[in-house]
Design a protein around this ligand. Structure first.
Ligand SMILES: Nc1ncnc2c1ncn2[C@@H]1O[C@H](COP(=O)(O)OP(=O)(O)O)[C@@H](O)[C@H]1O
Ligand SMILES: [Mg+2]
Length: 356
């Protein structure tokens, strides 16, 4: 039977590596699993992971712009506009009219990787999406809030129906702010990949993440009922569980940081505390972690600093597996990439995808 796995890469903090991780994890996962279909849905208006997937640098930027400016954009915005303007009873649009096969644009990419491209118009469109979600329910059969929030979840099902013989793995890139399109991204996922850095704001952001997903205890007497957490619970919707926490770029602070230090002590402490209080906020393992070190071993992975290899991979839209050592042109400069460093980066990405 076909399986569908849905990963959302999210943290309520910018610049922690969400798009970088989406790009490398989805690409490597597709390379390593040629019999599965992998789909990236870019629900961040900055469209950074889309640009990298579609060739990086100005080439990637141009292709994203081209997809966004078609009469009916072949992007998350085009798809969402079509569904919303069709209304809740309308048949779903064909996902192939919107998703692009990444290899058709960027020959470095595996054949089994699709992309529903990010689009800057998510931002101006947000009030219309909120309006549709908050419309009153006119018949008992249609709950506008639930229908709108499940648009991308339903898209994944429509995409999977196109490949009935293959397993499907979806990676969703997000914006840090908890805007309506981030709510749609969260609602489309089952498992969270949460990148964190070593700083204090990462610890604070992980606290915010629990409140946004599950609500404050006790709930605020007024705002409590307005939250995503309260609404999602009232409609019986799945709230994704934390599956893996990626300690990103910790090596920039601590040269020898190994897997054990994948999380700063403070962040690990906050997360382990939440795990003990609410194990169901995390995906299940065979056994419960009994202490913080077991918890780190089960849920955390370190992603080393990619240094120049990361800059070149993003600029040229190349998977880390297709980056031999040598000199590469980046913004008129010749940048040297060392093959040993690339091998280390590949090992780090492989360690992450081995946890998926
Ligand atoms: N492991 C890494 N090694 C080197 N640079 C990284 C790494 N992760 C992220 N970066 C860089 O940090 C910046 C922010 O990363 P990005 O993925 O755009 O974060 P987000 O999507 O969370 O805002 C980018 O310039 C990116 O190239
Ligand atoms: Mg991003």
């Amino acid at each position: 039977m076909q399986t569908i796995e849905r990963y959302v890469v999210w943290n309520n903090k910018g610049g922690v590596g969400k798009s970088t991780i989406t790009f490398h994890a989805a690409t490597r996962y597709a390379e390593e699993h040629p019999h599965k279909q992998v789909l990236v849905i870019d629900l961040c208006p900055q469209a950074n992971s889309s640009m990298m997937l579609l060739g990086g640098g100005t080439a990637g930027e141009q292709t994203v712009l081209q997809l966004c400016t078609e009469a009916i954009p072949r992007t998350v915005v085009g798809y969402m506009s079509t569904v919303i303007s069709g209304g809740p009873g309308a048949p779903l649009p064909d996902p192939f009219d919107y998703a692009v096969q990444v290899a058709s644009v960027n020959s470095n990419m595996p054949q089994n990787l699709g992309l529903l491209c990010g689009d800057g118009n998510l931002e101006p469109m947000a009030p219309a999406v909120s309006g549709a979600a908050n419309a009153p329910s006119l018949t008992p059969l249609v709950q506008p809030w639930k229908w709108v929030h499940l648009i991308f979840r339903d898209l994944v099902s429509a995409f999977a129906a196109k490949f009935p013989q293959q397993d499907i793995v979806v990676f969703i890139d997000t914006n840090p702010s908890f805007s309506i399109y981030t709510e749609l991204a969260i609602s489309a996922g089952d498992k969270l990949i949460v990148p964190v850095n070593a700083d204090d704001s990462s610890r604070v952001a992980t606290n915010a993440l629990f409140i946004l997903l599950h609500g404050q205890v006790p709930p605020h007497p007024i705002y409590g009922a307005w939250t995503y957490a309260a609404k999602a619970a009232s409609f019986g919707m799945i709230v994704p569980q934390i599956h893996v926490i990626v300690g990103n770029r910790l090596t920039q602070y601590d040269g020898a940081a190994g897997a054990f230090s994948a999380l700063s002590d403070a962040t690990a402490d906050t997360l382990f505390h939440a795990y003990r209080a609410n194990p169901s906020y995390f995906t299940p393992r065979y056994v419960m972690a009994q202490n913080i070190n077991e918890f780190r071993g089960m849920f955390a992975v370190a992603l080393r600093d990619f240094n120049t290899a990361g800059v070149v991979a993003a600029h040229l839209g190349r998977p880390i597996s297709k980056l031999p050592g040598g000199y590469y042109p980046v913004h008129g400069h010749s940048i040297q990439v060392n093959s040993d460093r690339v091998a280390e980066c590949r090992k780090a990405v492989d360690a992450l995808i081995s946890m998926l």
